[in-house]
Design a protein around this ligand. Structure first.
Ligand code: ADP
Length: 593
């Protein structure tokens, strides 16, 4: 696309409080205040030099060429060369320093943002789309960086150049200035006429390119589905249509926007003709000198450029401010509440867990948990069962203090968990969740995430206990095999074995398990069951249970429905009651065949 097409502003491109955002951005910039002032000084020098050059040419004509005074002329030409060298040097320095300021500023912004992301509470992340957060850390910051790099200098220099040219022109000949400036409204009208059309075309172009990119992404990530359904031809045909639409839109958008520089050129030439003609008449009447005509002609050429640039920079600047505002919004988010001043660290716990009349709601108004009470003695396994949305995961969220309860107390070893430092509390716990989180790194690194200081031998031991050793050994590079963060390359079941190994290595007193519901082949399933049994042995375990096996072997089963415990007891006791659990169990038995 031509760079002359101005970016249309979307709804995300407008800052709510542009002034406040600029002030905060200034706070970031001002850490490099000295260099920034140097940049501004250089912009002053380069703008002044750009104004001074034509002025000297005019002077040369009037004072030396017309009077045929060669020696003065040579001196002036040397002066002119010096002015232009000064101009180039100052432009070079301002760019060089500004790059430093911009990169340093966004470096600090990125650092603060990343730091802040790790201080934020789980509720913050639960409420937001991950893609959107990623976009703030990457795109929005990039946008700020690019704008600082280019727009900052351009805006100052454009304003200075405009003010400077108009002032000198007015000083030299107010009348000729007025006549020259008549070209400005003409230029504005022409621009408006074109941008109205290009704006529409550009929007279409954006829409089409969005559709095409989305389609490409969809077909690449879903290529195996396309092949299984033999839909290659349809895909190619659909793509062809979208591609065609994009071509048409881009063609017209480019064609129209290509008019902008042409129009500018015509108007520039027109203003030159006006200055030459009217200026000529004035000169014949002795109102101005020939040198002044030359200065005017040169200035007229100079001031359409900053006008154009200011117009171009305006939208870029607005969307960068909006981006900066979104970054600041995250920086303003409340961090996970600090631990109470007298909160303590705990070294090791027996693993007694007690919920006393716990009530909780995520949103005001709907009760997620109501009056939940239960006690787990150290080493016991408690299975939480019940329909989806009953509140099982919420119980584990409160136990690990990802969320804070509203009423009641939760105690570990008879100590209220609110008096324990969060980090210390979580260190006593191990998590094996449905979505086993793997990051880019070797298998050994992924297991070691459970306890960073563990040696190779301990990692192997843990893997053996987790039944993961044999499949790891079969991988091309064993424990050094690289994994990607999406875990592609290993199966769902193997991912779970790795996260069990990780939990074994971290050796927690309290385990929180969220069993996977996804189907896994029988052999791996057996391996997982066996590994889990080893992991849970001697530890207090809270299991969000889906598998009959775990449920049957649990010391205590809590049946939840709509945030309340409606039945409790061992598997056999509950079956005898012939209540909710009885029904749930039999329907599951039927499903699992
Ligand atoms: P379960 O694990 O039994 O399926 P959950 O504990 O996840 O149930 O959810 C209990 C209720 O709380 C559901 O109605 C669910 O929609 C709601 N809920 C869960 N997480 C959140 C959250 N982060 N914000 C708001 N509501 C939530």
């Amino acid at each position: 696309m031509s760079k002359h097409v101005r970016k249309k502003l979307g709804k995300n491109d407008k800052a709510k409080d542009a002034r406040g955002t600029l002030r905060r951005l200034w706070n970031y910039l001002s850490e490099m205040k000295v260099i920034l002032y140097l940049v501004i000084l250089m912009v002053f020098i380069s703008s002044a030099a750009a104004l001074f050059g034509p002025f000297l040419v005019g002077k040369a004509i009037d004072e030396y060429i017309v009077t045929k005074e060669t020696s003065g002329l040579i001196g002036l030409v040397i002066g002119l060369v010096a002015v232009y060298i000064f101009h180039s040097l100052s432009v070079w320095f301002q760019n060089y320093w500004m790059i430093g300021v911009a990169q340093d500023t966004v470096y600090r912004l990125r650092k603060d943002l990343f730091h802040q992301l790790h201080q934020l509470s789980i509720p913050f992340f639960d409420k937001r789309k991950h893609g959107e957060l990623m976009s703030r850390v990457t795109n929005d910051i990039d946008n700020v960086s690019a704008t600082l790099n280019s727009s900052f200098i351009q805006i100052i220099s454009s304003v200075l150049t405009l003010a400077g040219t108009v002032s000198i022109m007015l000083w030299l000949s107010p009348l000729l200035t007025l006549i020259t400036l008549t070209i400005v409204p003409l230029m504005a009208l022409g621009m408006k006429w074109i941008t109205k059309r290009t704006g529409r075309l550009f929007k279409q172009y954006q829409q089409n390119i969005g559709e095409l990119n989305g389609y490409i992404e969809e077909t690449i990530s879903g290529h195996s589905i396309i092949k299984t359904f033999s839909r290659e031809d349809t895909a190619i045909k659909d793509f062809g249509e979208k591609n065609q639409r994009l071509r048409t839109a881009a063609y017209w958008a480019d064609t129209y926007s290509g008019f902008i520089p042409k129009l500018m050129n015509v108007l520039n030439n027109l203003s030159f003709a006006v200055i030459a003609g009217v200026g000529g008449i004035f000169a014949l009447n002795g109102m101005i000198t020939i040198g002044v005509i030359v200065i005017f002609a040169e200035y007229a050429r100079q001031f359409t450029r900053p006008l154009n640039e200011l117009a171009n920079q305006y939208n870029t600047l607005l969307s960068a401010i909006a981006g900066a505002e979104r970054v600041f919004q995250i920086l303003d988010e409340e961090e996970e509440a600090k631990d109470e001043g007298d909160a303590v660290e705990i070294d090791s716990v027996e693993g007694k867990v007690e919920f006393q009349h716990v009530s909780f709601s995520y949103e005001k108004g709907d009760q997620t948990l109501q009056d939940v009470s239960f006690t787990i003695t150290p080493g016991e396994t408690v299975a939480l069962v019940g329909p989806t949305g009953a509140g099982k995961t919420t119980i584990t969220n409160l136990l690990s203090r990802f969320y804070e309860l509203n009423e009641g107390t939760i105690e570990i070893d008879d100590q209220n968990i609110q008096t324990i430092k969060r980090k210390s509390l979580r260190q006593q716990m191990g998590f094996v969740l449905q979505d086993s989180f793997l990051f880019q790194g070797t298998i050994a690194d992924n297991i070691r995430y459970g306890r960073l200081e563990a040696g190779d031998e301990e990692v192997r031991e843990a893997a053996k206990l987790a039944n993961a050793h044999s499949f790891i050994e079969k991988m091309p590079e064993g424990y050094d095999t690289m994994l990607r963060h999406d875990g592609s390359g290993i199966s769902q079941g193997q991912k779970q074995l790795l996260s069990i190994a990780r939990a074994i290595l971290s050796n927690p007193s309290i385990l929180i398990l969220d069993e996977a519901t996804s189907s896994i082949d029988t052999i791996t399933e057996l391996k997982i069951q066996e590994a889990l049994k080893r992991l849970m042995k001697g530890r207090t375990s809270v299991v969000v249970a889906h598998r009959l096996n775990t449920i049957r072997q649990a010391d205590q089963i809590l049946v939840l429905d709509q945030g309340r415990i409606i039945e409790r007891g061992s598997h056999n006791e509950l079956l005898k009651q012939r209540g909710f659990y009885h029904g749930l169990y039999h329907s599951q038995l039927k499903e699992s065949g």
